[in-house]
Write a protein that binds this ligand. Structure first.
Ligand SMILES: [Zn+2]
Ligand SMILES: [Zn+2]
Length: 138
């Protein structure tokens, strides 16, 4: 289950959708189950890392979901699939992302509290949530 949020720029009209939550294909599961699947859901680097870790450590679990990240320098929002690999509650790996513009490490953002962000198209700080176009998915 998750939410899709629509953001729109008041200046240029640019629109983008952000997902947050867990979907059908992206959910918690044992790493061994994930590796049995034919589809590679994640970036190939993440996939290879999962594979390598599973050779070294037994009983690994994997949790993945859509998260909204923000660059605190540029105030640009990013929608990413966060992957967390853990073993007995201990986090072994967690996704990290960088801003396409300035390469600063992105931080998870609370989309419910976020007011205005920077529009990735026109750079104005007029990128904001459109409350009429939110919906739930599963
Ligand atoms: Zn704009
Ligand atoms: Zn940035």
């Amino acid at each position: 289950m998750g939410h899709t949020y629509t953001y729109r720029c008041e200046h240029c009209g640019y629109e983008e959708h952000f997902n947050q939550g867990h979907g059908y294909l992206v959910h918690s599961q044992p790493v061994t189950e994930y590796l049995k699947q034919r589809t590679k859901l994640f970036h190939y680097k993440t996939h290879n890392l999962v594979k390598q870790l599973s050779k070294k450590v037994k009983n690994l679990y994997l949790k993945a979901g859509f998260q909204v990240y923000k660059c605190h320098k540029c105030k640009i929002l990013y929608d990413k699939i966060e992957v967390i690999i853990f073993n007995h509650e201990k986090v072994i790996h967690k996704s990290e992302f960088r801003c396409n513009k300035c390469r600063t490490r992105l931080r998870l953002t609370n989309i419910h509290r976020l007011k205005k962000a920077t529009c990735p198209k026109c750079d104005h700080k007029t990128f904001q949530i459109d409350h009429q176009h939110q919906h739930l998915w599963d």
